[in-house]
Design a protein around this ligand. Structure first.
Ligand code: ADP
Length: 545
């Protein structure tokens, strides 16, 4: 380093009298370089400096460690004996990317090439040797402190942001898990209620108010089951646990299925329904049940948010390589600031009013997720309060028609006639077990109920049922373990094992199949599904006699 300029004691010197001395580690270069730089800084700065010298990078690290908080700056005056400036900066900055105190590097020449690299490596400033003067050096060293403090603050904010993002993700995950558990727990009490209603229906005709009360309970139960299913669906989709059963289907079949389930809501509100769909079939690659759920959800909302006697339009058309489904109503409408948020989970336009309408604010969120899973999108449109609403779903159009799915073709899953069977029911929910047993007896079967796994094993051993309906969450032996034990006995090869549980995801179904179950039914089980299972031929003869 050449030392061309004589440091002149400047006016700054007078201001330093009362400022405390600041510790500067002066590193690299020759003793003469360090002497020269220290004099420059002393003469240019308004504060008192206490210089510590270090020839090597290792010595700098030792000084910083030894004086941790007290070191106020590191000034690299020239090449280090053991490493280059970038290596020292990497060691000082560590994984956080910020050194423990500001670092200023004096570079050879004008520093234009090396300077930016040093800044990216963690230095707070650099000065080309060519520009060295007391003023420039003092200003660089002062600015470095400000820049270092800002970098620290940014880093801390960044860390705080990362922490709160991690907390939000964690809370979101817990919410999804909670929703799944809640829905599952709600399904358990729904099961005996559904069984009870089915028993009433099959116990002979009711009359007058008794009939009306039963019908009302059935409607409300249906509503409750839908809410619980929506809750579960939304949490499953958020956790990526929904598999679509894709098939080539017509849009018309989607509309038919949706209309079938929404008709009671539309008729209940005395609304006029107008359907516009082209005659020629429009094909999409989709899951019929899920797409029907989308349209039916929109129709139910249209019926719910339109005063009695309103008008609902359902339209299907082809447009730009897509198929478009539009559900419009002339009801309450949606205000402009709420429109972008109606698809958010738990979003409701007017909570007090909506509470009176029922609902949790999950339907549209579910609809959007299902549409997106199909590669489509959905938009909401409204001119404002009392001006009606329009929801437009766009889905990719499929080119060529494929074969009809079994469900679309209306093929029933089992066609065998129902025979009288010996059925074991195992559920720790006593109401659930008893009501299921009663319903099975009404269907003409012979039934025994037990409430835990060991009772089930004993009853199977003595009584040799043909079908066992087992809950999964049992005290002691779980339903999975019970199934595995039963499957391990070759004498029970003919026993049909049916899981009857509140857990109904694809992975739950896989798990029960792995444990040896033949069928997986989700609570609350419909009588039709039970009848279908009991109509199946036995696996193999259950008894030698
Ligand atoms: P929910 O109906 O259970 O409250 P949704 O997710 O289905 O939940 O709908 C969210 C909100 O969007 C509703 O609370 C309602 O305010 C508004 N909304 C949905 N559909 C319509 C519609 N057709 N007309 C007016 N408002 C609607």
């Amino acid at each position: 380093m050449s030392h061309p300029v004589s440091p002149a004691a400047g006016a700054a010197v007078s201001a330093r009298a009362c400022a405390p001395a600041q510790r500067v580690v002066l590193a690299g270069g020759s003793p003469a370089d360090r002497q020269w730089v220290s004099e420059l800084l002393r003469s240019g700065s308004s504060w008192d400096c206490e210089f510590l010298e270090a020839e090597s990078g290792e010595a700098v690290l030792r000084q910083v460690q030894a004086t941790a908080c007290a070191t106020e700056r590191i000034l690299l005056a020239g090449p280090l004996a053991d490493m280059d400036a970038l290596r020292l900066l990497a060691l000082l900055a560590g994984p956080q990317g910020i050194p423990p105190c500001p670092v200023v590097v004096i570079t050879p020449g004008n520093g234009r090439e090396l300077g930016p690299v040093l800044l990216r490596a963690g230095a707070q400033d650099y000065i080309g040797e060519d520009w060295l003067s007391p003023f420039v050096l003092a200003r660089a060293v002062d600015n470095a402190r400000v820049r270092w403090a800002m970098e620290r603050e940014l880093r801390e904010r960044d860390l705080a942001l990362q922490r709160s993002e991690a907390c939000a993700r964690e809370a979101d995950l817990r919410k999804d898990e909670f929703l799944a558990t809640l829905a599952h727990e709600l399904r358990n009490p729904l099961a005996p209620i559904r069984n009870g209603l089915e028993i009433l229906r099959r116990s002979g005709p009711l009359t007058g108010p008794a009939q009306e009360a039963r019908d009302m309970m059935e409607r409300q139960l249906g509503h409750m089951v839908r809410l619980v299913d929506d809750l579960l669906d939304v949490s499953r989709i958020s956790r990526g646990k929904v598999d679509l059963r894709l098939a080539r289907i017509t849009l018309q079949s989607v509309l038919d299925h949706a209309l079938e389930s929404s008709r009671p809501a539309i008729e209940g509100g005395c609304h006029r329904l107008m359907l516009h769909a082209p005659r020629e079939p429009l094909w999409v690659e989709g899951d019929l049940t899920r797409l029907a759920q989308v349209v039916s959800n929109l129709l139910n909302n249209a019926a719910k948010y339109t005063p009695a006697g309103g008008c609902i339009e359902l339209r299907a058309l082809a447009q730009d390589g897509c198929v478009v489904i539009e559900v419009a109503d002339n009801g309450t409408g949606i205000c402009a600031d709420m429109l972008p948020r109606v698809f958010d989970l738990f979003a409701q336009v007017d909570r007090t009013r909506e509470r009176a309408q029922g609902g949790l604010g999950i339907g549209l969120s579910l609809v959007k997720k299902l549409v997106e899973l199909h590669g489509g999108d959905i938009r909401a449109h409204s001119e404002g309060p009392s001006r009606g609403s329009r929801f437009t779903v766009r889905l990719p159009r499929a080119d060529a028609p494929g074969p009809l799915s079994a469900r679309e073709a209306g093929v029933p899953p089992y066609a065998a006639p129902v025979a009288r069977r010996r059925v074991l029911v195992c559920d720790d929910n006593v109401d659930g077990a008893d009501s299921l047993a009663l319903m099975l007896e009404l269907l003409g079967h012979e039934v025994r109920t037990v409430h835990d796994g060991s009772q089930a094993l004993a009853t199977v051993d003595q009584w040799r049922p043909e079908v066992a309906l087992l809950d999964i969450g049992l005290p002691g032996l779980s339903g999975y373990e019970l199934a595995q034990r039963l499957r391990a006995d070759p004498a029970l090869a003919g026993l049909v094992l049916v899981a009857v549980t509140g857990w109904g995801t694809e992975s739950d179904q896989r798990r029960s199949a792995q444990a040896g179950f033949d069928v997986h039914l989700t609570k609350p089980v419909e009588a039709g599904a039970l009848e279908a299972v009991l109509a199946r031929p036995a696996r193999r003869p259950a008894r030698a006699d």
